[in-house]
Design a protein around this ligand. Structure first.
Ligand SMILES: Nc1nc2c(ncn2[C@@H]2O[C@H](COP(=O)(O)OP(=O)(O)OP(=O)(O)O)[C@@H](O)[C@H]2O)c(=O)[nH]1
Ligand SMILES: [Mg+2]
Length: 320
């Protein structure tokens, strides 16, 4: 393990990919790797890019990554697709859509799917982002596909969250219903070469008025990702949001929240293994039999299980 960690820290991409596979597949040694890598994290700025399918997120990420590269940053890109059963280093489509940066050695692209991520896709994405951070990436861009909880959870992983929409009538209303309005620090109307981009911007801005007021005034920008149109402005807006977070001490706040969520996940995962790990469900089943036979209630059965694990103090006192 130490060898793999040392190689990763020295910039070996093959070692980094192997560690990411271990983390993604939830292998038991993953926690040891996370432990070893943690002291080397904290330097990577995390940008979440989210929005409905097909709005041009990958194209936008490609152009944005190119822009960050020209500013000298090393980039990690994580493509999260909860609808795909395939995982591992190379979802071909992402590589094609990120053609501008796919062959750059200072850009590391990782595609993740639902397979194997037992702790939840957002948790796994956070850990993979940590690996990329330790690997020395200055900027880590996380793209999520689809509308749903994973997309919302991913905002917890990011320092700046960008919601991408297209100029389709009612799109902004749908996005609001899906909870996207709450999580976006920046909004992008991509495919601004299509009709209705200006109207979409107004629609989003009027919905944003309903949002609780914060010090950060959410920006709405137009892009034409295929032509890199509006990318300079987006790059600049990300920089402004970053400065805002830094000057209001919110960057440390977000990092703290991520750590809290990491610790909580680790404890809960470990407890779940402890309770229902190998043989655990058999044990559960024998307690369920006792309840069915009228010898225990669900509450007393639960208490006896906890008691057997030495965890009784955490459940309902001792009165049951
Ligand atoms: N006209 C136009 N087409 C665009 C623009 N940006 C992206 N596209 C096209 O939209 C299609 C989808 O782009 P992607 O970048 O794959 O979109 P995505 O949001 O990553 O898609 P998923 O990851 O599948 O949700 C591709 O055919 C792009 O070439 C744009 O600004 N204008
Ligand atoms: Mg995509």
């Amino acid at each position: 393990m130490k060898d793999l960690v040392d190689r990763l820290l020295a910039g070996d991409a093959i070692a980094a990919a192997r560690v990411m596979s271990i983390v993604e597949n939830g292998r038991p040694e993953a926690t040891e790797f996370m432990h070893a890598l943690f002291p080397h994290t904290g330097g990577g700025y995390r940008i979440g890019v989210t929005g409905p399918p097909g709005v041009g997120k990958s194209t936008l990420v490609d152009k944005l990554a190119l822009k960050f590269r020209s500013a000298g940053s090393k980039i990690g890109i994580i493509g999260v697709d909860p609808t795909s059963p395939f995982s591992g280093g190379a979802i071909l489509g992402d590589r094609i859509r990120m053609a501008d940066v796919a062959t750059d050695p200072d850009v590391f692209i990782r595609s993740m799917a639902s397979r194997g991520s037992r702790g939840g896709l957002a948790t796994t994405a956070r850990q993979v982002a940590d690996v990329l951070d330790a690997f020395g990436k200055d900027v880590i861009i996380i793209e999520t596909v689809g509308v749903g909880q994973v997309e919302l959870d991913i905002a917890e992983v990011s320092d700046t969250t960008i919601v991408v929409l297209v100029p389709a009538f009612g799109d902004a209303v749908q996005a609001m219903k899906a909870g996207l309005m709450e999580i976006g620090d920046l909004f992008v109307v991509n495919k601004a070469d299509h009709d209705g981009a200006d109207r979409a911007v107004l629609e989003i801005e009027s919905i944003l008025q309903l949002k609780a007021e914060t010090d950060w005034e959410t920006l709405v920008l137009c892009t034409i990702a295929t032509e890199a149109g509006g990318i300079d402005e987006l790059f600049e807006a990300i920089g402004r949001h970053r400065v805002f977070l830094e000057t209001h001490a919110l960057l440390q706040d977000r990092r703290r929240r991520r750590i809290e969520s990491e610790v909580r996940t680790l404890v809960e995962t470990r407890l779940r293994q402890e309770l229902w790990g190998p043989g655990g469900y058999g044990e559960l089943s024998s307690y369920v039999d006792l309840v069915v036979d009228g010898e225990e209630t669900p509450v007393s059965a639960a208490r006896r299980i906890l008691e057997a694990k030495g965890l009784v103090g955490v459940f309902g006192g001792n009165e049951i």
